[in-house]
Design a protein around this ligand. Structure first.
Ligand code: ATP
Length: 305
């Protein structure tokens, strides 16, 4: 990693407990300027707790939390961030324009109402009361509130939940445009496609620890397996026993394999079935990498416990 890149926020040796539950177990994390960092992990891994600490909504039990070099509970530090949380308790009776104006008034150099509304795609909703909007419309308003202050650092906690496909793609395009303007982003997500599409760095969390931190490609590369697909009548159990075949399954006419020795397995397939066709070899997707990584780490954590 390039240590010269400005660090906007950090967790240093942070532990956080809720009663008997250890939510963060000694986390070190740096958010750097210009980056889109995706925090991935299964339910309960500690993602929301980690960003809650960085935003100053929670206090660490031990360790150090810095936001723009300050305590995140300082108003001056918090004025540099925009936040879209999973659950937003906003007053139902206020109109969307009022909510945006109110939120913008908190920041030193906010965007205009028109600019914010256009960015979030809520121009048609400005006169509507928040409580009367659909779930997806409310999510878009929450995004508007997150970006209205022109924040240097944007926290998006599962931003796509509740959005239809078009709204999700619109959101991703907007996030990319904000990043191009210099905004840094931290997002938590369960949509690996979202991480793949937006993030240049991915941190995977499991049971309060970070088990992987690097680029999307680096995460993919941790999986030594590639996928092979072909139309073949070969028996699945026979193929599963070949050297280099990690997993074999059938989907109708398609034989699907995961292999750690692709070239050898492809040669054997072609020799064993002269009628084989439709051969495809693919690198592991982020989904496969994520599943392998979390399963391996969960196994090691259980062994160590
Ligand atoms: P998800 O993907 O489900 O949103 P997450 O990775 O964001 O999960 P957290 O919400 O940070 O996980 O929760 C981490 C752990 O802390 C979980 O075991 C959760 O049950 C627990 N936890 C979180 N908030 C509280 C709270 N206010 N009181 C008690 N336990 C909590």
């Amino acid at each position: 990693m390039d240590r010269r890149v400005e660090v906007l926020a950090s967790l240093q040796g942070v532990h956080k407990r809720y009663g008997a539950v250890l939510a963060l177990d000694g986390i070190d994390l740096e958010l750097r300027a210009g980056q889109v960092l995706a925090l991935l992990g299964p339910n309960g891994a500690g993602k929301t707790t980690a960003i809650g600490l960085l935003m100053g909504l929670l206090r660490a039990d031990t360790g150090r939390v810095l936001l723009f070099g300050q305590d995140p509970q300082q108003v001056r530090a918090r004025r540099g961030i925009g936040v879209m949380l999973q659950s937003a308790a906003l007053p139902d009776t206020l109109r969307v324009a009022e909510l945006i104006r109110l939120s913008a008034s908190y920041y030193p150099a906010p965007r205009s109402l028109a600019e914010t509304a256009a960015l979030a795609g809520v121009e048609d909703l400005l006169k509507r009361r928040y409580g009367q909007l659909s779930g997806g419309q409310q999510r878009r308003v929450q995004f508007a509130l997150a970006v209205c202050g022109r924040p240097a650092l944007l926290f998006l906690d599962e931003p796509s939940v509740g959005l239809d496909l078009a709204a999700r793609q619109q959101l991703w395009a907007t996030v990319r445009a904000l990043v191009a303007e210099g905004t840094s982003v931290v997002l938590t997500t369960h949509y690996l496609e979202e991480a793949e599409c937006l993030a240049d760095r991915v941190c995977v969390m499991l049971r309060g620890r970070i088990i992987s931190d690097g680029s999307v490609d680096a995460l993919r590369a941790r999986v030594g397996h590639r996928s092979i697909r072909c139309v073949s009548a070969l028996d699945v159990a026979t193929v599963a026993a070949w050297p280099g075949v990690v997993q074999a399954s059938r989907d109708g006419a398609w034989l699907q394999l995961r292999s750690d020795r692709v070239e050898a397995v492809v040669r054997q397939l072609l020799q064993a079935d002269a009628a084989l066709c439709g051969l495809e070899v693919q690198p592991p997707g982020l989904g496969e990498a994520f599943t392998d990584l979390t399963a391996d780490a969960a196994h090691s954590q259980r062994e160590a416990a």
